[in-house]
Design a protein around this ligand. Structure first.
Ligand SMILES: Nc1nc2c(ncn2[C@@H]2O[C@H](COP(=O)(O)OP(=O)(O)OP(=O)(O)O)[C@@H](O)[C@H]2O)c(=O)[nH]1
Ligand SMILES: [Mg+2]
Length: 238
């Protein structure tokens, strides 16, 4: 059992001006299309279909908000008193880098993502989801560099670690740490960047990611229940 298991669908938005007028801290999952954002949210919330996960890249095309706490919040009940009980939000962002999205739609999303991560005050931290076989693509680095100046933490999750052997996993984690440590501000200070390996399929790194997200959101987790029922892991994609 984790506090994140309380997550429920809250709202979906298509434009920055429609972002919910909420006060609770939020943590956003960003990453390339197909990297495993929605799957990670499903595993962390122990709900198979909460965030849509798919073999077809580009499925998450809106910003989806999931609320934590405020136990009686329903999808259509957004009145102020109920919204106040919400303790935090998980935000599933549309994936970037999806080749078949048309030029103008791509620009729309690129701009929206950039503006959202740079300006959203409620955003406490970013979870950067990357395929462990090809982390830190150009667009991932751009996302990192857009967000770094806010001074807020970035937790990188290297997904699909089940595709790597032990040696490859060790190497990719070490290289990722070196890459993140190479960022320093004008005073030579490092940024609050962290990284871990993750596999939804083999259930690797779930506790670590859970603890990190709970911490970044300033929540207190609820004690683990050894008898809790876990949802099925995902299907491997390729
Ligand atoms: N082998 C393996 N496959 C995974 C893992 N996580 C996700 N996948 C698969 O990767 C594919 C894409 O996962 P999604 O969670 O839909 O990816 P996404 O980042 O939300 O993609 P968009 O919504 O397009 O941005 C699906 O077929 C998943 O089953 C993992 O840990 N291991
Ligand atoms: Mg998705």
């Amino acid at each position: 059992m984790s506090k994140l298991w309380q997550a429920r669908f809250f709202t979906t938005v298509n434009q920055l001006r429609d972002l919910p007028d909420t006060k609770a801290p939020e943590i956003a999952f960003a990453g390339r299309s197909n990297a495993g954002k929605s799957t990670a949210i499903n595993i962390l919330t122990n709900q198979k279909g909460l965030a849509f996960a798919s073999k077809t890249p580009g499925r998450t095309q809106h910003i989806n908000y999931f609320s934590i706490g405020g136990a009686h919040v329903g999808q259509h009940r957004k009145d102020a008193t109920i919204v106040e009980e919400i303790e935090a939000f998980l935000v599933d962002l549309p994936g970037y880098g999806y080749a078949e999205v048309s030029g103008s739609a791509k620009l729309h999303w690129q701009k929206l993502l950039g503006d959202y991560v740079q300006r959203r005050e409620q955003l406490a931290a970013l979870v950067l989801i990357m395929d462990s076989r090809r982390p830190f693509t150009e667009l991932d680095v751009q996302m990192l560099e857009w967000f770094a100046p806010t001074g807020k933490p970035i937790h990188c999750i290297l997904t699909k670690a089940d595709k790597l052997n032990r040696n490859e996993s060790t190497n990719v984690l070490r290289q990722a740490r070196m890459m993140l440590e190479s960022y320093v501000d004008e005073d030579g200070e490092g940024f609050p960047f962290t990284v871990q390996l993750f596999s939804a399929l083999k259930r690797v790194g779930i506790d670590e990611a859970n603890a990190k997200i709970i911490d970044l959101l300033g929540l207190t987790d609820i004690p683990a229940d050894p008898d809790a029922q876990l949802v099925d892991p995902v299907d491997s994609d390729d």
